[in-house]
Write a protein that binds this ligand. Structure first.
Ligand SMILES: Nc1nc2c(c(=O)[nH]1)N[C@H]1C(S)=C(S)[C@@H](COP(=O)(O)OP(=O)(O)OC[C@H]3O[C@@H](n4cnc5c(=O)[nH]c(N)nc54)[C@H](O)[C@@H]3O)O[C@H]1N2
Ligand SMILES: Nc1nc2c(c(=O)[nH]1)N[C@H]1C(S)=C(S)[C@@H](COP(=O)(O)OP(=O)(O)OC[C@H]3O[C@@H](n4cnc5c(=O)[nH]c(N)nc54)[C@H](O)[C@@H]3O)O[C@H]1N2
Ligand code: SF4
Ligand SMILES: [Mo]
Length: 786
């Protein structure tokens, strides 16, 4: 499907301008208001945006950036991209039964992801019956019966997989995992498997808990903030306000990114006079334009210099860690030639960066997808932890580890048990609370679910939100995998590609979003969420539902459970549906740290979950200490004539939802099929800036020739040998088996590619495979977890 370019917007309108050198400013305010007014109109704009991120309002459904304490929030406690997310959900457009009657599924599949999203909120439950060309309305009860019949007809509960996207509330996440486990499977893949899985695994093993050890006040009290592999100006825009405050309080900022992202350079805060008419605040004090995948070598080199300078917290190391001596011996022998080759940075520049760490009394380390989505993602994050531990930068004010999460409640979903490998202690608590023995074997994650569907082993796919097909790697293989299933069920707000490609029978179950009020039998309900800093709070939507036929996610999941399991194990699904306090009551007894959940979550601003390393420098690892782990540096060799491609987000999308075609900060307007390449690489490969090319992956498995057609080359400031292009257009290029060691997370930021002239035969499956796959054996071995 990637071979055909979808053209309901014309890439001919694509315009490339110089990159911007600052983020936000008044343009950000203008863009938010314009989008909000276009999609929602003035009344809904006022009703939603003034309630956004307020203690009595609703939580932004975009990213997981934390809110300041209730007394410190401003009138407009949101950013441009938060406003876009609200406008996208609270749009006045509707895709009702008449829309689905007008457009066949085949026709819809000819449209872009952008167009699909613009059709508005889905208003009725819809079914695509076997052999049918169009979706048609279905009764809610019929839909639940259809699902129950398929699930009960499976030979084993493990033939179903239950995906979650990180917008789901704690209440529905708890009910959903309970249902899957009561049904008999741990097949609970989620978007986290593609997002911060490398972080969760690395932190769990190194410090005993897979979450950030900082709160907002720590960021404000830091002397140094390291930001590696993260683009906050686009993906966590309110972070810039906090960075501005931290700078004013004397912090320095070290940024590590192949690209000089505008948001890392300078911030013009539209809420301050200086941000409106002045220069704004310079953010980065030192920028390291690292080669893609070079971070493991970089942090090891920094560690080596800290050891050489004896800039270590010996008392901390002695008392709280294990593995220090082995690590010291390893980093003392570091080979600088290898470091320079891997990072593309000079020893002098790395030394300057390490001196910033040496001179800082309190350092916070922030990171996101630029570190996790690599084959060595887990090792890299463990190396960041090593460096933090070496200076005792954990469990004290102004210091710590800060993986910045993506989806607004992705962290909460994990806390609630959405995890294919939930710890046995969690399963024990479930057993104690509900009296049944949950399955104990690990379930399937995202990549393994795709493999299982492809191999005919999983026959039912249920998606609680998300756009699995577009978010997952290897789009063509995932498409075939989804097509082999008997039933696909999507609980969604808006139309997306995953609804158009799927099983023999397909259901779309439309649901309420964060902006909408949720009234059940016992009265109005609220839901709870957890942000990147372990803070949990309530969210209440201000708007009436987009359609009277919508049901809440909790209502849908508990109804599916009831239809499938009846009274099995004596779980009272109807009571949970009628009153979400019943769910929170269960949560308070099952989930660690959630005692008195109802009371705490109702407090304005909510409460902060316990975090042993942050609170008391206690490390619940195997050794009972923080573990320093030695990882060898493997340089990722990119053969002659190839580039190392990262797939990233534009400023005008939320994951697979495309808000618009303006990547303002990078200077790209009116289109998305671009590939950013260093000017000298463009010339060396025999092209010109502005040429159109096909992108082809090089991977050892030459059964599949992976190709993405027709991208315009854009000369850009990215290190030699590297390239960047947008996700999800490039997902067909990410091999399913190319995953991070230890976390099985797709390595979607280390894809080895070639640029071929447009329409080259090599781009066709069944074409001259040798031309693409020659000397493919120099690739790293793929990693299989199961
Ligand atoms: N508006 C908006 N907000 C979002 C999202 C969205 O799509 N739109 N998505 C949400 C989600 S789910 C997530 S996970 C987060 C994602 O937030 P980010 O992780 O910031 O998102 P990405 O665009 O994937 O970009 C990561 C950055 O890593 C850099 N990078 C790539 N490779 C490397 C490398 O090898 N080393 C280093 N040091 N840097 C590298 C890229 O240049 C880029 O600046 O944002 C969340 N917030
Ligand atoms: N190549 C490449 N691939 C990637 C990434 C990358 O950087 N590069 N990033 C990865 C990351 S970090 C992530 S998190 C995943 C994201 O993977 P997903 O979470 O699966 O994808 P989203 O695009 O966030 O999901 C959007 C859909 O969610 C539905 N939706 C929106 N709001 C709601 C709601 O309130 N309730 C319900 N039930 N549904 C709702 C809408 O139908 C919408 O179409 O993608 C991953 N894939
Ligand atoms: S920073 Fe994130 S959570 Fe905050 S308003 Fe912006 S998009 Fe929403
Ligand atoms: Mo994510």
């Amino acid at each position: 499907m990637n071979k055909r370019q979808r053209t309901d917007f014309s890439e001919a309108d694509l315009e490339v301008r110089p990159q911007e050198d600052h983020a936000a400013g008044t343009t950000a305010v203008a863009v938010s208001m314009k989008r909000a007014l276009e999609r929602m109109g003035p009344e809904r704009t006022a009703r939603t945006l003034l309630q956004l991120n307020k203690a009595e309002g609703f939580d932004c459904m975009s990213c997981a950036w934390p809110d300041p304490d209730p007394g410190h929030r401003s009138v407009a406690e949101f950013c441009e991209n938060g406003a876009k997310a609200v406008a996208e959900e609270a749009t006045k457009d509707r895709a009702g039964p008449d829309f689905f009657a007008r457009h066949s599924v085949a026709e819809l599949d000819g449209h872009s992801e952008y167009w699909l999203g613009q059709q508005g909120r889905i208003t009725h439950p819809m079914v695509l019956r076997p052999g049918s060309s169009h979706y048609e309305p279905i009764d809610w009860d019929d839909a639940f019966r259809t699902i129950a019949t398929e699930l009960r007809g499976l030979d084993s509960p493990d033939e179903a997989t239950f995906y979650t996207s990180g917008r789901a509330s704690n209440e529905v996440a708890f009910a959903y995992q309970l249902f899957a486990r009561a049904f008999g499977t741990n097949n609970l893949p989620d978007c986290s498997n593609m997002c911060h899985e490398s972080t969760s695994i690395a932190l769990q093993e190194s410090i005993g808990i897979g979450k950030a050890s900082v709160t907002l006040p720590d960021l404000l009290g830091a002397k140094l903030i390291v930001i590696a592999g993260q683009n906050p100006g686009t993906n966590h825009p309110r972070m810039l306000t906090q960075l501005e405050h931290a700078k004013k309080a004397g912090a320095r900022i070290l940024t590590i990114n192949p690209l000089r992202e505008a948001g890392l350079t300078r911030f013009k805060n539209p809420q301050t006079p200086k941000g409106v008419i002045g220069h704004g605040t310079d953010l980065s004090d030192l920028h390291l334009p690292i080669k893609i995948n070079g971070d493991l070598a970089l942090f090891q080199a920094i560690g080596s210099l800290l050891v050489e300078w004896d800039a270590l917290d010996h008392a901390f190391l002695e008392r709280y860690t294990t593995g220090f001596e082995a690590w010291r011996t390893h980093v003392e022998k570091i080979d600088w030639a290898t470091v320079e080759e891997s990072t593309g940075l000079s020893r002098a520049l790395i030394t300057e960066a390490a001196a910033m760490l040496r001179d800082s009394a309190a350092t916070v380390f922030c990171w996101a997808m630029g570190l996790t989505q690599h084959r060595n993602g887990v090792a890299t994050i463990k190396e960041v932890v090593n460096v933090a531990l070496a200076q005792g930068n954990i469990g004290r004010p102004g210091a710590g580890l800060f993986p910045v999460r993506g989806h607004s409640n992705v962290q909460g979903d994990r806390t609630m048990g959405i995890w294919e490998r939930a710890p046995q202690s969690f399963l024990d608590s479930l057993q104690k609370e509900f009296g049944f023995d949950p399955p104990r074997e690990n379930g399937l994650d995202t990549v393994d679910s795709i493999r299982a569907m492809r191999d005919g082993k999983v026959k039912v796919f249920v998606g609680l939100g998300g756009n699995f097909l577009q978010a997952a790697p290897d789009t063509d293989i995932t498409t075939e995998a989804m097509r082999r299933t008997r039933l696909t069920v999507h609980i969604s707000t808006k139309l997306n590609r995953s609804h158009l490609i799927g099983g023999e029978t397909r259901l779309i179950l439309p649901t309420l979003g964060r902006t909408e009020s949720d009234v059940q039998e016992s009265g109005p309900q609220f839901i709870t969420v957890e942000d990147s800093t372990c803070s949990v709070h309530a969210s209440r939507g201000p708007l009436p539902p987009a359609s009277p036929h919508l049901r809440s996610e909790v209502s849908i999941i508990t109804s599916i459970a009831e239809a499938t399991l009846g009274g099995r194990h004596g779980i009272d699904w109807a009571a949970m549906r009628a009153d979400y306090r019943r769910i929170r009551d269960h949560i308070s007894r099952v989930v660690p740290g959630c005692e008195s959940y109802e009371v705490n979550a109702r407090r304005p601003g909510g409460f902060v979950l316990p975090h042993a390393p942050r609170d008391s420098r206690t490390f619940e690892t195997e050794s009972g200490r923080a573990e320093m782990v030695v990882s060898p540096i493997e340089v990722l060799h990119v053969p002659e004539g190839h580039l190392l491609l990262q797939t990233l987000r534009s400023h005008d999308q939320f994951n697979t939802t495309i808000y618009g075609l303006s990547d303002r900060y990078r200077g790209v307007e009116g289109g998305r099929r671009v590939v950013f390449v260093h000017r000298e690489d463009i010339a060396a490969l025999g092209y010109d800036d502005g040429d159109h090319v096909d992108i082809v992956t090089r991977w050892e498995d030459d059964e599949h020739v992976r190709c993405a057609r027709d991208f315009r080359i854009v000369a850009y400031d990215t290190p030699r040998g590297t390239a960047a292009a947008y996700y999800p257009e490039t997902n067909p290029l990410v091999p399913l088996d190319s995953t991070a060691v230890g976390s099985n997370q797709p390595a979607s930021k280390s894809v080895i590619v070639r640029l071929l002239p447009l329409g080259s035969p090599q781009g066709d499956t069944g074409g001259d495979q040798d031309a693409v796959g020659a000397d493919a054996k120099s690739f790293p071995e793929p990693h299989h977890l199961s």
